[in-house]
Structure formats: C-alpha cells, structure tokens
Design a protein around this ligand. Structure first.
Ligand code: SF4
Length: 585
C-alpha cells in the first residue's frame, strides 16, 4: 500500500481511498492488518430545543459519577423531536412507559468498569449505557441478532429513548459485547438486580431454584461419535499435510496455497480439541461405571453436551441454565453449565446472599442431592426439595421409577441404628465404607413384597449416606401440609422465568458458541427479564397509587354529599317546624 496523490493505493493497484477518517469503499480485495472503520451515526439532536426556553426534560444518562474526561458519540434522547413534539412527550401520550423505567434503572448503575476499558484518545465511542440499553431493550422486544438490533436502534422510538438515539453498526454492537463480556455477566447483572429488587420491593428471603436445557447454536445432525471423530481427524490431518506440502512447493499463487494450508491446520486443531474433550467425557462416564459408547460431540461447539431436551426424546448439543428467583419472580442469580444443574448452585447462593439473607431454598427433585444439601447447610438455609414426583392429590413424593420400593419408604431408627422396611422388618447395620453405611438382613425370602422390593440373593440392602438425615428432615417437612404449601410456591416463582425467556425473549436456542459467550447471552437475557419485572411492578404501583387517589377522592365526595344532605334535611326540618329553635340542633 502506498500513498498516491488521490489517496492510498493497495498492492493490486486499486485506489482504496483510505483517508484520515476511515476506509472508503472502492476495492474488493483484502488488506491485511487494516480494519475497516465504519462511520458512527446518531440521531441529529443538535439545535432542536432551546429556541423557546423550554424546561429541560428528564435525562436518561447516568446521574453523576461518570468520568467526564471521556467523550462519547453525541446522543441525547431528551432532544429528539417528532415534528414539534418531544420524544418523551410522544411516548407518554402513547402510554409507553417502559423506556423511562429501563433508562432510569440503567442510569443508576455503576459504569466505571465499562469506562475503565475505554480510551480518551481517538474517535469517541458510543456511551456504554446507551449500548447496553440498546441490547436489553432489544431483548425485551424479542430481538436477539446484532443486525436486528442495528435496525431497531434506527427504527424504534421507545428504544431511541433508552439509547439516546445512537445508531451503531452490528459489528460495533458485537465488539462492545465481547469487550465487556465479563462485566456484563457479573458486576453489571448484580448491580442491576439490586436496583430491580429495590424497585419491586422484593427480597431474597425465599428463593426458587430451577434449571432447564437450551440448545446450543449448532445443528444436532453434525454431532460425531468417537469413531467418526477419529476418522474425520485422520482425514483432516491428511488434507493438512497435503495442503502444507502444496504451499511449500507453490511458486505461483503462494499466498492462496498458504491460506488453504492454514485453514486445513485450523480444522485439524478444531477436531483434535473436540476429540480431547470427548475422551475426557468418556473417561469420566466410564469411571462412574456407566456406558459411554453413545457419547458424541459437535466439533464446532465442543463445550456443549449432547443431552436429552425437554421433550425427553431428542438429543442435541445444549447447555443447562440455572436460576434463583424470588417471590416477585426477579432473578437474583443465574448461571449456565454444560450438563449439570446442581454444579452452579453454590455460586448462585453466594450471589443471592450478596443481596440479602436467604431463608428458604425451594427446588425440584433434581436438586435433592448431596451437593445442594451441603451448600444449604453451609449457609444455614432451609432447603426444600422433594425426592421425586408428587402424584395429583397426594403429598408424598415418588421416584420416577416404580420398579422398586423406594428407599424413602424405609424409615431410619436412630436409637437402634437400623431401618424399618414397609413389611415391618428391621434392617440392621452390615458394614460401612468411606462414603456410606450398608443396612440389610431382613427375612426377604418369604416376604410377599419381595418381587417389588429386591432381586438380590442376599435380600434388600439400603445404603445410608451422610446427607440422608437432611433428606429425612425434608421429607418430614414436605409431608406436613404447611411445609407442602410453602413448597408449592416454588412453581409460581421460578417456572415462569424460563417460560418468559423462551416465549417472549426468544431464548429457545443460544446464538453464540462457547460457554463464556453462552453465559454472556444468558445474563443479558436475565438482565432484560429483570427489567421487565421492574417495569411491571412500577406500573402496578403507579396504578395502585392512582386507584388509591381515586378512592380517596370518591370517599371525600361521598362524605361531602352526606354532609350536604344532612344540612339540607335540617334546614327543611327547621322550615316546616312550628318551633324555630329546632333549626339549631
Ligand atoms: S423384601 Fe425384605 S426388605 Fe423388602 S419389604 Fe420384604 S422383608 Fe422388607
């Protein structure tokens, strides 16, 4: 590339017109090492107000605490006009209130971590609160792709109030999200959740815990089992060796051959990485004594685990998000794991404790395990998680499988350190290892319940784990109607969260690849969801306030009418009375 009289000229001789302000179009070739800079666009808000001395409308920028040494792309929602009407007045006239709540709550956040990553030199960036506002407002409207966000910023008036009228390019939005991925996933979500808890007037005393499964951004038909993956890797290695030899031997068009060799090497690296991950999963499964023959992996998304979906019939590469929600259905903590719902529980509980004391944790039977019980005990939280499903009209819970009489129907007797079986026989302690104690020795041979209880020659044996005492306490609490009624609140607290994420926000499939980006995507969805809870709560509160004022006004009117009627009655009585003194009762 060289500088000519008319501008920069690339190696192929095309005038690309690279000027001080950016790269102008004119060459279809690739310019290594040069990044295209797109023009930054915003709604022109200059000079539209101030002619008639109007009072300043409410701002959607952070109130104080913002480092002013940084300059941002000019954007001010309060100066956007629709003809002669200000944007906020137009939105209020249309009864569109959510952008004001969203802008206000975003304005309360601490933007210092975002600003720390920006440089005061160079062209001014878009303000982080405007960019985050665009993303969460887009999610609230069910818009998830970067290109759709780009269009939304230019076309949606409500979104313009949140963003101040910026019009970033889709690539700029993508780079912003990647640059601030960690902040958005952690400190920003925590700060926004604190604001939403305050706005909704809710707390963390009782939390519902639940997880779901959401498909990864790859097709399930592209998954490979170990043998197929090994064959694909061998083939890719052969192609890479061939491409490398061709690149070394090439004299003409060497650059093209080198690009092909680099691509082939990247394919080998990708398949080798996927094979390493799959081998780890096979080893882990084999260590647990389970069959690992059916395990497969998608080379483009190795961190996603091929697992059953919600319908229990199809298998697809997917992730498992887990959330903690309170009684106002505000998500106080969220996380995602490739395959295990219980693994993030400790992190979630710690994040929830940062917002206040947690009294009870209500979870489904998937969390009735040692890990969750230990976390609850460590933080002195009451855990209510049944052992299995609850049949309609019953309070007892049952294991999904009814092939065997469940362990829950055997009662432990601490005084004699033994179990009592459903037939009334005692199972004494037979031995112990580091993980559990074994009980057995009942006269099972002649028992009429044997067919449903055991097929072992030694009769039924029960293993007692350290967490079984907590499980028995939970069982007793859930058998009590008051405890069961408390537990029944769980479904209404946390199940609608995933329904909202999937139905209203379109999170039926992640759009980004890799666990870190999937986590970012989930946390952005949860942040948007929490904002929607604040919008609903504040709208209800203002409705209740209006209703209260109306009721008070009606009460005043009724009292005035009653007083007027009384006075009129007295006056009339005095007029018709023969005794004039009766008028002064
Ligand atoms: S099979 Fe054995 S453990 Fe089971 S109910 Fe009968 S006696 Fe009790």
């Amino acid at each position: 590339m060289k500088l000519a009289r008319t501008g920069w000229v690339c190696e192929s001789g095309c005038a690309v017109g690279l000027r001080r302000v950016g790269l102008m179009r004119g060459c279809g070739g690739v310019i290594p090492g040069k990044r295209t800079r797109r023009p930054q666009v915003g709604i022109d808000t200059s000079g539209q107000l101030g002619l008639f001395g109007e009072p300043a409308p409410p701002q959607c920028k952070p109130q104080g605490g913002v480092e002013r040494a940084l300059r941002f792309v000019e954007a001010d929602a309060s100066r956007i006009m629709l003809g002669g009407v200000r944007l906020d007045e137009h939105l209020q006239a249309m009864s569109i209130g959510w952008p004001f709540t969203v802008a206000r709550l975003l304005g309360e956040q601490d933007w210092a971590p975002f600003l720390a990553k920006l440089s005061p030199n160079g062209r001014p960036p878009y303000a982080p609160w405007a960019m985050v506002g665009l993303v969460v407002a887009g999610i609230l409207k069910g818009v998830n792709t970067l290109r759709a966000l780009e269009e939304l910023a230019r076309s949606d008036l409500a979104v313009m109030w949140v963003t101040g009228g910026i019009c970033p390019d889709h690539s700029v939005i993508g780079r912003f999200l990647l640059l601030h991925a960690e902040t958005l996933s952690d400190s920003f979500f925590a700060g926004l959740t604190a604001s939403v808890l305050k706005a909704t007037g809710s707390d963390t005393a009782m939390l519902g815990l639940d997880g779901t499964v959401i498909a990864a951004a790859v097709a399930r038909l592209g998954t490979l089992k170990a043998e197929a993956l090994a064959a694909a890797l061998a083939e890719a290695e052969a192609k890479a060796a061939e491409a490398k030899a061709a690149a070394e031997a090439s004299e003409t068009d060497r650059e093209k051959a080198e690009t092909a060799a680099a691509k082939a090497a990247a394919q080998v690296e990708k398949l080798a990485g996927a094979q390493a991950v799959l081998n780890e999963r096979i080893a882990a499964r084999t260590d647990k004594g389970k069959d690992a023959k059916g395990l497969s992996i998608h080379p483009d998304e190795p961190e996603a685990v091929v697992q059953p979906q919600k319908d229990k019939r199809t298998y697809a590469p997917s992730y498992k998000p887990v959330v903690l929600a309170n009684r106002a259905r505000v998500v106080v903590a969220g996380d995602v794991h490739p395959s295990c719902e219980t693994a993030p529980v400790e992190r979630l509980v710690e994040a929830a404790l940062a917002h206040g004391q947690v009294g009870s944790l209500l979870a489904d039977s998937g969390f009735n395990g040692a890990g969750t019980i230990e976390v609850a005990a460590k933080h002195d939280i009451e855990l209510l998680a049944p052992e299995g499903r609850t049949l309609p009209g019953e309070t007892a819970t049952y294991k999904q499988s009814d092939k065997q009489i469940p362990k829950g129907e055997f009662s432990y007797e601490a005084a004699s350190d033994s179990y009592r079986c459903p037939a009334g026989h005692s199972l004494r302690r037979l031995g112990a290892c580091s993980q559990y104690t074994v009980y057995g020795g009942a006269p099972c041979v002649a028992c009429p319940m044997r067919a449903r209880c055991t097929r072992g020659a030694e009769g039924r044996q029960i293993k007692r784990y350290p967490c079984d005492a907590a499980k028995e306490a939970m069982r007793a609490t859930l058998a009590d109607p008051a405890g069961r009624a408390r537990y029944n609140k769980r479904a209404g607290m946390v199940e609608p969260v995933f329904a909202h994420l999937k139905e209203n926000q379109g999170l039926r499939r992640f759009r980004r690849r890799g666990l870190a980006k999937v986590r970012l995507e989930l946390m952005l969805h949860l942040a948007a969801y929490n904002l929607s809870r604040a919008v609903v709560a504040l709208a209800r509160a203002s409705g209740a306030l209006f209703g209260g004022l109306l009721a008070a006004a009606l009460r005043c009117l009724a009292a005035a009418r009653s007083a007027l009627r009384t006075h009129l009655r007295r006056i009339l009585t005095a007029l018709v009375s023969p005794n004039p003194g009766a008028a002064h009762v």
